[in-house]
Design a binder for this molecule. Sequence first.
Ligand SMILES: Cc1cc2nc3c(=O)[nH]c(=O)nc-3n(C[C@H](O)[C@H](O)[C@H](O)COP(=O)(O)OP(=O)(O)OC[C@H]3O[C@@H](n4cnc5c(N)ncnc54)[C@H](O)[C@@H]3O)c2cc1C
Length: 438
Amino acid sequence: MVSSKPPRKVSWSNWAGNQSVDNVSLFKPRTEEEIQRAVQFAIANKLRVKAVGSGHSFTAIALSRDVLLDLSDYDAVIAIDNLANTVTVQAGIQLSKMNLILQSNGLAMQNLGDITYQTIAGAISTSTHGTGIKLTGIANQVVALRLVLADSSVVDCSATSNAELFNCARVGLGALGVISTVTLQLVPAFNLAVIEQPMRVDELLENLDHHIADNDHFEFFWVPHTGWALTKRNNRTLDATKPMGKMSHWYSKTLMENYAFGAVCMLGRARPSLIPKLAKALPASGRNEYSDSSFKVFASKRIVKFYEMEYAIPREACAEALNRVRRLVKDSGFFLNFPVEVRFTAPDEIPLSTASNRESAYIAVHIYKGMDFVPYFKAVESIMNSYQGRPHWGKLHFQNSETLAPRYPKWDLFQSVRNQVDQDRLFSNSYLETVLGK
Ligand SMILES: Cc1cc2nc3c(=O)[nH]c(=O)nc-3n(C[C@H](O)[C@H](O)[C@H](O)COP(=O)(O)OP(=O)(O)OC[C@H]3O[C@@H](n4cnc5c(N)ncnc54)[C@H](O)[C@@H]3O)c2cc1C
């Protein structure tokens, strides 16, 4: 039955503040039935509806002009199965909340990105990933989904039931329905031993294959205007944890990575020509060794706001592509105060996963909030185009459905599922019209 109460009109903006909307009808469901009622309201009033997570996408992917479904009150753990190592959660749960509950039940996610503010549904919908060449993105850890479809009916899907819908909806961009619940395959809780260390970037790239193969989770941050990269090597350990002391953690992760870095960025925004000099201070941040529970190691605080673009390219093209970005920075006169982040994942078979059917390297570029990102991002994007680069769905880019279609081997499958389940484009918005077509 359609709700008789008119929804509240609100303004909404994303974390980075570069996407916003006024006067949108807000629904905050607490039950699956209330999600269905919000969808029925949209159908009855010929409106479009978009579910939103924590608003941590930089693109307009979560932007709704009509009906906004905020699932932050629909965020409970429904069931934990300690025999199968699975958890079933409501779609609006934040990864940070879920991680603590999993830890207290002796379980953990196999891999995570570098923050945990996202909701589980938001994270999987954009193909969110961490690093680790034997591991895939978060969506590939999903073993079952429950969706509210465009006719407001509810469907369960998994590898054995409604398999095509399941495969597509794991990275569905919010285009196939509202995810109601998610079941994830977990692993027993584990600890990671961490080594954070600056390396010369030329040497690092020469030995890249070894670094990737020899570590469970390898990533690095090349510091523009320098020959240095900050590397992070995380490996599973059975030893007792040796976390950073409270003071060193505050100094390294809060003061240096956030407040001091933020101050340096602010100074660079005011006087861009100072940036190359300021950058030289970054690699001096020394070597850290510690160990901790996996989810505490993977995720960090992010207080400094920025804009980001990230491309997935074939893993074997990584060194060449990064060297082209380095040359671009040298030749172009761009002043860049944020490191370029590089990560790696295994392939999966999800149609719109950025690692669909290929082992991937991810190259991410950032610009401090309030600075013009367009010239730099466009120049980097043209390099990534020559490797059939796939942009992160939640991070800025300039592609459209025509340029994207040939980069995904299962593009047509996704489109045919979309046509079956949402012919009237109830769940579309202008971003989806651009990247998927009308
Ligand atoms: C500081 C920062 C760090 C980041 N780090 C990483 C990283 O390490 N790795 C990485 O890959 N990405 C990273 N990201 C990107 C981020 O993980 C993604 O943009 C993610 O989608 C954000 O999740 P969210 O809950 O905020 O979703 P939103 O941005 O709110 O929404 C994303 C999409 O999910 C859809 N959606 C949300 N809920 C539902 C639902 N219930 N049903 C259907 N669709 C739904 C929305 O409609 C939208 O299409 C980072 C972003 C920021 C700002």
